[in-house]
Design a protein around this ligand. Structure first.
Ligand code: IMP
Ligand code: MG
Length: 422
């Protein structure tokens, strides 16, 4: 399979978890390189449902090694409970998971500050997952964060944490929020640190040893292109580079070691949280929610839904260098009579064939649509390209062409077997 970067080509929740699980079959090592437990990757194996937040989905397959890279922000309490949860489901997590020493740690004050800042923003809130992601990356950039290497060092962690709690309690008080108890936080983090210590290593060295052996590495992206801190709809974004470059900085594996980029996208568009979504449409949202689809894996929030936006996905191809496309949730459109695809934006008289950077302009933009006849046939039993209805194939070919990348996978349901290699 060679070294593959997998990214979300929309606003997250493209179905990356399932595609990663499928591609992992051919990989040796799976690496998370950015984000934290704000992510929620859902994987179905048979009738069993697994939701992963920090641990790469590769953990669900035997004989694969999983790495949480330096670019990730780790909530140690969350990670311990995820490991425990997987073990209860009979998944082996022992000797197959490695956590970077230099990944930054998320603390309760990050979560509290995340929540407080959202309250302060009022109607301009971002709609974060309140997992403390923004404040944790903020501390990293400000060079005042603590890293996993500090957490597992019993000698220096106590002092470092004491200083951080003192400082952050002043900030929390200014927000009118309750200060944290050092004793409680310390006890919980000490326990989690001791639990995690056997997993912690120099993952850069580890990954390069694997590469030297000829292992194939899959870099699993979290969130999506338009939630990228640089390339997304700022400030309605997450705090990491969700685009393909993040796989390099977040792992220590250089761009020239990467062989291809796979972009995952839904056959329509969804977004959780606030910020512009040009093709948002109440009818398609009601239809999908009525089918029980499109509720967030991390927060349970109903996702906002809209038509496929090829202006956005073409931009995603550009900034990520997407070679191959995996289109998911095709079956979500099975009952639609006429399917719309956004092929441009209009702001008054001005037309755009790219995404304007000004979120206010983007929020004002009206989509220009092309229409496709729906196939109105269930697709979830299709197992080959030929078994897909002709109109469905036409639609998939059209969105791949508009996105300017090669159609590689068509996914017609959550199951592994519902994966069509085109
Ligand atoms: P944060 O990452 O929790 O700070 O949230 C920032 C924005 O990114 C919000 O709009 C969230 O809903 C969104 N977001 C964060 N993680 C995910 C994800 O895994 N899927 C979809 N949206 C996400
Ligand atoms: Mg998700």
């Amino acid at each position: 399979m060679a070294n593959t970067i997998l990214v979300g080509a929309q606003w997250g929740d493209e179905g990356k978890g399932k595609i990663i699980d499928v591609l992992t079959e051919q990989a040796d090592v799976v690496v998370r390189t950015q984000g934290g437990n704000n992510a929620g990757h859902t994987v179905y194996i048979g009738k069993k449902k697994y939701v992963l937040h920090l641990i790469p989905s590769g953990i669900l397959r035997k004989k694969k090694t999983c790495v949480i890279g330096n670019g990730v922000v780790v909530d140690p309490i969350g990670l311990v409970s995820e490991i425990e949860g997987l073990r209860k489901l009979g998944i082996k997590v022992n000797g197959n998971l490695f956590v970077s020493e230099t990944a930054h740690v998320v603390f309760p004050y990050h979560r509290e500050l995340d929540a407080q800042r959202e309250v302060l923003k009022g109607k301009n809130k971002i709609g974060t997952t309140k997992r403390g992601i923004g404040p944790a990356y903020g501390d990293k950039a400000a060079r005042v964060g603590l890293r996993v290497i500090d957490l597992v060092n019993t000698e220096r962690f106590e002092d470092k944490l004491a200083t951080k709690i003192k400082e952050n309690n002043e900030v929390l008080k200014a927000f009118g929020a309750k200060p944290l108890s050092f004793k409680q936080v310390y006890a919980a983090y000490r326990e989690a640190g001791d639990y995690l210590k056997p997993f912690v290593t120099n993952t850069v060295i580890f990954l390069h040893e694997a590469l030297r052996r000829g292992d194939d590495v899959l870099f699993e992206g979290a969130q999506g292109t338009f939630l990228d801190i640089d390339h997304g709809t700022y400030p309605y974004v997450t705090s990491s580079n969700t685009t393909s470059g993040g796989a390099c900085t977040g792992s220590g594996v250089a761009p020239n070691r990467m062989d291809r980029v796979v972009g995952v996208l839904k056959a329509y568009t969804t977004r959780v949280g606030e910020g512009p979504l040009p093709t948002e449409n109440a009818e398609i949202a009601d239809m999908l929610h009525a089918m029980g689809r499109e509720f967030g894996a991390t927060t349970g929030r109903a996702r906002r839904c809209g038509w496929f936006d090829s202006v956005a996905t073409r931009h995603a191809t550009m900034v990520n260098g997407i070679d191959d496309l995996a289109v998911t949730n095709i079956d979500g459109l099975d009952t639609v009579e006429t399917i719309k695809v956004c092929i441009g934006y209009r702001d008054g008289k001005k037309k755009y064939d790219y995404m304007p950077n000004d979120v206010e302009v983007l929020a004002r933009c009206e989509p220009v649509y092309a229409e496709f006849p729906g196939w109105r046939t269930p697709t979830h039993n299709a197992r080959s390209w030929k078994q897909l209805p002709p109109k469905c194939r036409e639609y998939l070919k059209a969105i791949a062409e508009l996105t300017e990348a090669k159609l590689f996978i068509a996914s017609v349901g959550p199951g592994r077997e519902q994966t069509i290699f085109v």
